[in-house]
Design a protein around this ligand. Structure first.
Ligand SMILES: Nc1ncnc2c1ncn2[C@@H]1O[C@H](COP(=O)(O)OP(=O)(O)OP(=O)(O)O)[C@@H](O)[C@H]1O
Length: 251
C-alpha cells in the first residue's frame, strides 16, 4: 500500500547543529504512530517538518524528502496554506485563542473562506462533537475558551484542528499538561479519531504509546533506532537501546 506520509533520508540542521540524521519513515493512512525517545532526540523536530513549521525558524536547513499522498511537500511551488489545512497540529499545552468557544472553531474555516453562518454553525457542532466536547459546551458557545478546564481546552484545540477537515493530525505531547482523567478522555478520543485521520503523537508516556498507537518509532540523538508495530516494539524490541529505553533504564 502506498504510504500516506513518506519521509526519506531526512536531515535537518539548526545552524551547524544536526538535529535529524537520515530519518526514514513510511506512515500508512489511518494509522496512529507514536514517536518516543528521550528529551532532545528530535521527535518534535520531525513532527514539525510534516507541516513545515520549521520554515519559520531562521537557519533551519532541511535535506531529503517528505511526501504526503505522493506529493513532495518541500517542492518549490507547494501550497503551504493548503498543507496546514490538511495537516492539523495540537500542542503540548492547550492554547485556545482568547475568544469564545464558537470563535475558536470558526477561525480556521473563516480564514479559508467559509462565510455562510449556517455552514459555520454546522462546522462548530461537527468539530466539537468530533472532539467529544459538544455535550459539555453546547449550552454556552459564547463562553470564553480560556475559562474551560485544561482538559476541555485541549479537546477544544483538537476540535479547532478538526474544523478545517484535515486528513493528518500531529500531536506533540497532547496530554502532558493534563490530569489522568482528562488524559484518559484524550486517549479515548484519539482512538476514535483514527477511523478518519492519520495521527502522529509524540509522547513521553510509554503506557500511552502502547495503549493508543499502532506503530511506534523510537528516536535517539536525531536518528530512528527502531520503527515497527507497537506491540512488537514493546514486547520484543530488536535493538538493545530500545529495550533499555522502554524498560526505563535511561531517558
Ligand atoms: N529552534 C531550534 N534552534 C536550535 N536548536 C533546536 C531548535 N529546536 C530544537 N533544537 C534542538 O534540536 C534537538 C531536537 O529537539 P526536539 O525538540 O526535536 O527534541 P524532542 O525529542 O522533541 O525533545 P522533547 O522530548 O524534550 O520535546 C535538541 O537538541 C534541541 O535542543
Amino acid at each position: 500500500m502506498k504510504p500516506k506520509i513518506q519521509i526519506k533520508n531526512l536531515d535537518l540542521y539548526y545552524g551547524d547543529f544536526q538535529a535529524l540524521k537520515g530519518i526514514n519513515l513510511d506512515i500508512q493512512e489511518k494509522e496512529i504512530t507514536a514517536f518516543i525517545g528521550p528529551s532532545g532526540c528530535g521527535k518534535s523536530t520531525t513532527l514539525k517538518c510534516i507541516n513545515r513549521m520549521n520554515d519559520l525558524i531562521p537557519d533551519c536547513k532541511i535535506e531529503g524528502l517528505i511526501s504526503i499522498d505522493g506529493e513532495n511537500i518541500y517542492e518549490k511551488n507547494y501550497d503551504v496554506n493548503n498543507l496546514r489545512k490538511r495537516v492539523g497540529m495540537v500542542f503540548q499545552s492547550p492554547n485556545p485563542f482568547p475568544m469564545s468557544i464558537y470563535e475558536n472553531i470558526v477561525y480556521g474555516p473563516k480564514t479559508h473562506g467559509v462565510k455562510d453562518k449556517t455552514k459555520l454553525d454546522e462546522i462548530v457542532e461537527k468539530s466539537l462533537k468530533g472532539a467529544a466536547i459538544w455535550d459539555e459546551v453546547k449550552g454556552n458557545l459564547k463562553k470564553n475558551a480560556m475559562s474551560l478546564s485544561g482538559g476541555q481546552q485541549q479537546r477544544l484545540c483538537i476540535a479547532r484542528a478538526l474544523s478545517v477537515e484535515p486528513d493528518i493530525i500531529l500531536m506533540d505531547e497532547p496530554t502532558s499538561a493534563l490530569d489522568p482523567i482528562s488524559t484518559g478522555k484524550i486517549e479515548d478520543l484519539v482512538s476514535e479519531l483514527k477511523e478518519k485521520y492519520t495521527i502522529i503523537m509524540v509522547t513521553h508516556n510509554m503506557q500511552q504509546a502502547s495503549r493508543v498507537s499502532d506503530k511506534t518509532a523510537f528516536f535517539l540523538t536525531g536518528e530512528i533506532i527502531e520503527y515497527g508495530d507497537t506491540f512488537e516494539i514493546f514486547s520484543v524490541p530488536k535493538d538493545k537501546r530500545t529495550e533499555d529505553y522502554i524498560t526505563g533504564r535511561f531517558g
